[in-house]
Design a binder for this molecule. Structure first.
Ligand code: NOJ
Length: 555
């Protein structure tokens, strides 16, 4: 709608439990966010995406909602929430809330009613089925958080579907009454003045009604349900209805989290002519360092795959849909530990990765701590981990015969707690995050990696992000220009050209820890161009890139 302000915006994601604690209970809270709004303003961001703060038993840190219209007590009150919104708006920033409507908590009133009897008015708010004749679950589907995706409920002798944890029963979007309730809940928040929604696994909401068994892949115990709910049969109808009932009435932004969406799907979801969403989160670039679609099955990244993947998204959506750009969120490991070097070249590689992403077309998302170059964590004991996905996976992989060491390596590389360690504000106790005991260990490198140190150092990663954000405001080519991949087959260099009205940029990123040569045609192209931004001490073109160098040339 209207002016598409989100095309020029930079979004910052806050994961509330790990952001800033003002009560001393070891968990972040809304007042803690308010305290840090000037920090976000200094960075230059336009929009905050707040992961769930709704009332929840916290089986999945709030992605299991008990009451959509109430705030989780430990995070504060509705008054705190209203104040947060007001303080953001006072500073010229916007607020996007998480919308988790593929499932609720099993403690949501709808589910309590639903499970109470087959005749209850809310029975069809969820997906209930009889077991197979032999008593097995209705299908062989595996849950994304391990085990069967069905849970038997003795009270009514049927199974309910949960694509995630048992405590996250899936909602039945076939039911128009449920849809109407969801739309009313969205309006409740939008009428308060929030500026949009990030929609959790929104391309999972339409399930194939045949409920057939999925294919059992080698090494797996359960069938793959993906084909029966990813971009399911009625998804476009549901999103168009939601748009018509809700989004079309407000000047907001929407971003759909969409595992399994291709560029072709993304165009359907984000082409304004289709009246669905403004943009989606693709998962394709996040799956390039895994084998057989199993995120725990590690594979080194082949840079050529990453380049070609970005090229596909950048060129397919250009002029028809819209990209979101991200390296990190609360579900992904820290990018500097993943595709950079979090030891010898931590600062330099973090800046290079920032350049590589922020010079592309789309709306960039920065996850808390990314602007500090926060790194993954290696905890010695499984008991120190908190994430339900990680803990369930440990059990499942052990049952499948993986060794403890193999599983721990997978957790160190991919576990979600890597991104969830408390925000590192200062070199004081607990990184200045809490006076109490942090809910998850603080990364021991906080004494050097923290916001206070970054703000005191003009060369910091923080100020580098600030500059990239400013450049997006200054140069239209970043928002609107075309994209062309250069040095396609080079295994170390990610290079591309952006061309817009009278401006062009050549972006050069070295993803390796060694010096590399540039192709002759690139050297010719950059000769005489000016350096726009660089993480290297460089003021004019050369024929090489130093380890983890990122430099942008402008004509
Ligand atoms: C995606 C969210 O980002 C993740 O954190 C959550 O566990 C699942 N959806 C289920 O809501």
């Amino acid at each position: 709608m209207a002016n598409e302000w989100w095309k020029k915006s930079i979004v910052y994601q806050i994961y509330p439990i790990s952001f800033n604690d003002t009560t001393g209970n070891g968990k972040g809270d809304i007042q803690g966010i308010i305290e840090k709004l000037d920090y976000l303003k200094e960075l230059g961001i336009d929009v905050v995406w707040l992961s769930p703060v709704y009332d929840s038993p916290q089986a999945d840190n709030g992605y299991d909602i008990r009451d959509y219209r109430a705030i989780f007590e430990q995070y504060g009150t509705m008054e705190d929430m209203d104040l947060l919104l007001k303080e953001l708006h006072n500073r010229g920033m916007k607020l996007v809330m998480d919308l988790v409507v593929n499932h609720t908590s099993d403690e949501h009133q709808w589910f309590i009613e639903s499970r109470s009897s087959k005749e209850n008015d809310y029975r069809d708010y969820y997906i209930w089925k009889d077991g197979k004749e032999n008593g097995d679950p209705p299908t062989n589907w595996g849950s994304i958080f391990s085990g069967s995706a069905w849970e038997y409920d003795e009270q009514t002798e049927q199974y309910y579907l949960h694509l995630f944890a048992k405590k996250q029963p899936d909602l039945n979007w076939e039911n128009p009454k449920l849809r109407e309730d969801v739309y009313n809940m969205m309006k409740f928040w939008l009428d308060k003045g929030i500026d949009g929604f990030r929609m959790d696994v929104i391309n999972f909401i339409s399930k194939d009604q045949e409920f057939k068994d999925g294919e059992v892949k080698p090494g797996d115990k359960f069938g793959d349900p993906g084909p029966y709910f990813v971009n399911g049969p009625r998804i476009h109808e549901f999103l168009q209805e939601m748009n018509n009932e809700v989004m079309s009435k407000y000047d907001i932004m929407t971003v759909g989290e969409m595992p399994g969406a291709s560029p072709e799907n993304a165009i359907e979801y984000t082409d304004p002519a289709n009246h669905e969403l403004d943009m989606i989160f693709t998962f394709e670039h996040m799956g390039l360092d895994e084998k057989n679609g199993d995120k725990w099955n590690l594979k080194p990244l082949n840079l050529v795959d990453l380049k070609e993947n970005f090229e596909k998204w950048q060129t397919s959506l250009h002029g028809v849909g819209w990209n979101s750009l991200y390296w990190n969120n609360h579900d992904q490991p820290r990018i500097v530990s993943r595709f950079g070097d979090d030891e010898a070249y931590r600062e330099k590689s973090a800046k290079m990765l920032a350049i590589c992403l922020h010079m592309m077309q789309g709306t960039p998302y920065i996850y808390q701590g990314e602007e500090l170059g926060m790194t993954n964590i290696r905890l010695n004991h499984l008991e120190d981990y908190r994430d339900i996905e990680t803990l369930n996976m440990y059990k499942e992989k052990s049952d499948l015969g993986w060794s403890h060491e193999e599983i721990m390596e997978a957790i160190y590389a991919k576990g979600r707690d890597n991104a969830r360690t408390p925000m590192q504000w200062s070199n004081e106790k607990n990184a200045g995050f809490t006076n109490g005991t942090p809910w998850l260990q603080v990364n021991s490198n906080y004494e050097t990696i923290n916001a206070e140190a970054a703000l005191a150092d003009e060369d910091s990663i923080f100020y580098f992000y600030q500059r990239l954000i400013q450049l997006r405001k200054e140069l239209d080519v970043i928002t609107t220009g075309s994209f062309a991949l250069l040095m396609r087959d080079d295994p170390n260099v990610f290079a591309y050209r952006r061309v817009g009205d009278g401006e062009s940029l050549i972006v050069l990123c070295n993803f390796s820890g060694k010096e590399v040569e540039l192709a002759q045609e690139v050297v010719e192209e950059i000769s005489g161009a000016s350096v726009l931004i660089t993480n290297e001490n460089k003021s004019s073109a050369t024929g090489t890139l130093s380890p983890y160098e990122g430099t942008v040339f402008k004509h």
